[in-house]
Design a protein around this ligand. Sequence first.
Ligand code: ZN
Length: 392
Amino acid sequence: LRLLLFLAALWLLIIPARAQTAIDIEPTQVEYTVGGQIHFETRLPPEIPVREVWVFVHPLENPGTIAGQATLQPSNGITYTLNLAEHPIQVYSVVEFWYQITLEDGTIVETDPETFSYTDNRFDWQTLDEPPFEVFWYEGDTAFGQEILNAAREGMQKTMDFLPVPVPESVTIYVYASASELQTALRLSGQTGALIVGHASLELDSVLVTIPPGPAQTYETKRQVPHEIAHLLMYEWLGKNYYNLPQWLREGVPSISELFPNPDYVVLLNQAYADDALLPMTSLCENFPLDASNFLLAYAQSTSFTWFLYGQYGSSGLEALSRAYADGLGCDPGAEAALGRSLTELERDWRQVTFGENPFPAALKNLAPWLFLLAVVLLPSLLLIIGQRRSN
Ligand SMILES: [Zn+2]
């Protein structure tokens, strides 16, 4: 024990000694092109004898840290260039970085971390804020920015009608004028952007939407902004357990939070019902199908199904269901635990209410193989009983 105490004391002596060797470093100049390179430049006091310098770059909310050796310039200038094609960083991250300096005598000193915001600097952003929302856009006037803020606030109120989500501390909304510009931003930051027009970066409290100028602008604003905000609110409410929710519910609540219903959904649903092509709800628990037509149908069904659940079980039902799923219950057990009916039973109720379907033919169709099996099993004994009666 004594030895341990001695070692601990020694350790305590060493730590402050290391920390005290603080080096005055100039604030770093950071320049970058999104998806290209980040260039760091700073200077150490010229009298310090430096052997080598390493730079550590850590995007917050990201598990990894990138380490790279800096170049020493004459009179202790330091430069470091990070190649973002090799080490993509999610756009709109806050990035922390610090230096590890090895002096000529072998002493190692770490500097205090500095931070910068890694944003999409390809555009000349305008901004407007109304807490908790802050909006950035590059095409359109101030009235347009205000329209975005209004849709965000109204959408938040609507989501609060369905679930007890908290008011977030701050939410940043980035409005792109074209889907390809948003998709490029996602691609440049190492995320897949294909097919995406809206995106919620849950850990970064920010949403990205595509709202092109033109006649559909108001409609798209009232649809996309509340949808993406709802994703953030649900994440804010459930934390990482949000990812336990089946995808039909993760998309269902944001879709019913839209201030303008998508008219295509009704057409798609009725057509799919007529063609007997509705997707089983159990197939929408994990992931949505990736082919374009079924992808849209999956959204349409999730929206309609979630509306139905809200109509039948109210916000307390949606809350109980979300909590059961967040707790880790599967797609069927979660529904059973929260609403007392399996997902398949709920789906049958939904079809009945939505399409006026008579539940019996569908149920019989499902039961037909079992009825046949039952008949095959029971037939010999029935014949036996009849035979016995006759002989009696
Ligand atoms: Zn969504």
